[in-house]
Design a protein around this ligand. Structure first.
Ligand SMILES: Nc1ncnc2c1ncn2[C@@H]1O[C@H](COP(=O)(O)OP(=O)(O)OP(=O)(O)O)[C@@H](O)[C@H]1O
Ligand SMILES: [Mg+2]
Length: 263
C-alpha cells in the first residue's frame, strides 16, 4: 500500500480498500476475497481483470456498500468510510435494472426522482444525457424495444442522472457482441473525458481494460487478491484505431495475457 499512502498525502484518493476479506458461509465456506488492497485516485479510470468466480462482483458490492466485508474496509469518496450505500456512488451491474413497464426516459429519471431532485433539474439532466447516450429517438420506448447495446446505454443513464462522483461498472458490456462493445467503449471513454468521474470497471476483456484505463488491477483465482497493478501509459485522448494499432498497446495486451494465463 506504499502507493496508496502516497496518494493519500496528495489528498486525491477516491476509493481505498485495505485488507478486504469475505467468506460466504451458506453452503460450506467459500472464501471469495482474501485481503484485497488497492486505491483509486479522484478522476482515475481503473479496470479490474480476473478469472470468473474470483470475487470481482463481490469486491465491487463491498466498495458500493451493498455487502459488508468480514475483515478490512473501504474508504471512499475522499476519506469517508463506506459502510452504506452513498449518493456519491453509482453502480451498473452485470445485468440491467430497468423496469420493463416504464419508458427509457422514466427509467432514467427514476433515481433522480427517488432523491427528490426538482422536476426542472431532472428535465434538464435528461435532455442533456439522452443525446450523449444516443437514445434521444428512443426516450418513449420500453426496454424490450431496445437493442442490447441501447439497454446498456440506458442502464448507464440510470446511474449518470444522479451525477455520482464514483462509477462502479460490473461488466456492463459483457453480454454484447464485440462490435457493439467496442462502440460502447468509445462512448464510455468520451463520457468519462467530459464528466471526469472516478471509474472502477470490472471486465473479462483485456483489450477493453487496456483501451480504457489508467491502471489495470489483476486478481488471482479465488480467494481473490490483487496480484498486479499495471499503469497503462498510452496517450489521451485515445483514438480507437491509433491506440489499438500502437506497439505499446500490443505490449500491454501480451503482458496482461500472460498474467491472465491466456497466452
Ligand atoms: N451472495 C452470495 N452467497 C454465497 N456465495 C456467493 C454470493 N456472492 C458470491 N458468492 C460466491 O463468491 C465467489 C465469487 O463470486 P463473484 O460473483 O464475486 O465472482 P466474479 O469474479 O464476479 O465472477 P464472474 O467473473 O463470473 O462474474 C463465488 O464462488 C460465488 O459462488
Ligand atoms: Mg461478476
Amino acid at each position: 500500500m506504499a502507493n496508496g499512502a502516497a496518494q493519500m498525502l496528495d489528498g486525491e484518493i477516491a476509493v481505498q480498500a485495505t485488507g478486504v476479506a469475505k467468506t460466504f458461509d451458506a453452503r460450506g465456506a467459500v472464501r471469495a476475497l482474501d485481503s484485497v488492497d488497492f486505491s483509486v485516485r479522484r478522476g482515475e479510470f481503473v479496470s479490474i481483470l480476473g478469472p470468473s468466480g474470483c470475487g470481482k462482483s463481490t469486491l465491487l458490492r463491498i466498495v458500493a456498500g451493498l455487502v459488508q466485508p468480514d475483515a478490512g474496509g473501504v474508504l471512499q469518496v475522499f476519506g469517508k468510510p463506506q459502510t452504506q450505500v452513498s449518493d456519491e456512488v453509482g453502480v451498473v451491474f452485470q445485468t440491467h435494472n430497468m423496469l420493463p413497464w416504464e419508458t427509457v426516459e422514466s427509467n432514467i429519471r427514476l433515481a433522480a426522482e427517488v432523491r427528490k431532485l426538482p422536476r426542472r433539474e431532472i428535465d434538464a439532466r435528461v435532455d442533456a444525457l439522452l443525446p450523449i447516450l444516443k437514445l434521444e429517438a428512443f426516450r418513449r420506448h420500453h426496454p424490450h424495444e431496445l437493442s442490447g447495446g441501447m439497454r446498456q446505454r440506458a442502464a448507464l443513464g440510470q446511474i449518470l442522472i444522479t451525477r455520482p462522483q464514483v462509477l462502479l461498472l460490473d461488466e456492463p458490456f459483457g453480454a454484447l457482441d464485440a462490435l457493439t462493445r467496442d462502440q460502447l467503449n468509445v462512448e464510455l471513454l468520451r463520457l468519462w473525458q467530459e464528466m471526469r468521474q472516478t471509474v472502477i470497471l470490472i471486465t473479462h476483456s483485456i483489450a477493453e481494460a487496456v483501451f480504457l484505463s489508467d491502471r489495470v488491477l489483476v486478481m488471482s483465482e479465488r480467494p481473490g487478491r490483487i496480484v498486479e497493478d499495471i499503469r497503462i501509459d498510452l496517450p489521451r485522448p485515445r483514438d480507437p484505431r491509433a491506440t489499438k494499432e500502437s506497439p505499446a498497446f500490443g505490449r500491454y495486451m501480451t503482458q496482461l495475457g500472460q498474467l491472465m494465463g491466456v497466452d
